[in-house]
Design a protein around this ligand. Structure first.
Ligand SMILES: Cc1cc2nc3c(=O)[nH]c(=O)nc-3n(C[C@H](O)[C@H](O)[C@H](O)COP(=O)(O)O)c2cc1C
Length: 215
């Protein structure tokens, strides 16, 4: 009887872990409507106080990720964010209290990467950390895959940083237009993030944007 109970508990735990650890299909992004761009520009500002009791809905997250770096021309796979030589080297990792996911822009889904709350790596390092990041329900970490540049040269990291800046500004403007708070950040534990996600040195964590509702 004891053996049976232990086995049942183990099976239930395995099932619940599988459910928590799965990929997440996002609702289709709403690509039309919203605030005028000039108004969003007028409202854009860095915000560093987040209401930790409010999450971002799946629909809003889908709209946000599409605005950041989704496909806007399906006929040739081009994106809302321009990139140098159309390299499309900026990946978006979504850090949540439950786990870390990679935005799959082709499938409009979140690919499960690692379980658990790893937002402290986004907040910073032991020597410099900004704890307000821990109150934001979601942090989008923009990682440049430098290996995607066809011609290897010293300018690749610089191009990647410029490309990440554009994605970050898409996020800043989307947030301003949709009542969300965010701040573009360079601070984070880049080595820790690389180690967590099993990324080698050719991946450059470039910028991040914590996102949520202002307190
Ligand atoms: C490339 C870049 C890196 C930044 N890094 C950080 C950061 O690590 N932490 C932070 O709190 N703000 C960071 N910021 C936000 C700036 O401090 C902020 O944009 C600036 O003070 C101007 O304020 P505004 O965004 O409200 O206009 C960064 C901004 C940029 C563009």
């Amino acid at each position: 009887m004891k053996k049976f109970l232990t086995l049942t508990i183990a099976i239930i735990m395995a099932i619940s872990t599988t459910v928590m650890a799965g990929d997440i299909k996002l609702p289709a992004p709403q690509r039309m409507g919203g605030m005028a761009l000039s108004e969003a520009l007028d409202k854009r500002k860095s915000q560093r106080e987040f209401d930790n009791s409010r999450s971002v809905s799946p629909q809003l997250l889908s709209n946000l990720l599409w605005s950041a770096a989704g496909i806007n021309r399906p006929e040739d796979g081009k994106r809302t964010n321009p990139t140098a030589l159309n390299t499309q080297e900026i990946d978006i990792y979504v850090f949540t209290p439950e786990g870390v996911y990679l935005y799959d822009f082709k499938d409009n889904s979140l690919k499960f990467m690692v379980e658990g709350d790893h937002r402290a790596l986004v907040a910073g390092t032991k020597s410099f950390s900004q704890d307000y990041v821990l109150d934001a329900p979601v942090s989008l970490v923009l990682v440049a895959n430098i290996g995607k540049f066809e011609r290897k040269n010293d300018f690749n990291p610089m191009m990647a940083m410029a490309d990440a800046g554009i994605v970050s500004q898409n996020i800043n403007l989307f947030c301003a237009a949709n009542g969300l708070a965010t701040v573009p950040r360079a601070s984070m534990d880049s080595d820790g993030i690389r180690a967590l996600l099993n990324l080698d040195e050719s991946f450059l964590p470039a910028l991040n944007n914590p996102v949520g509702y202002a307190k």
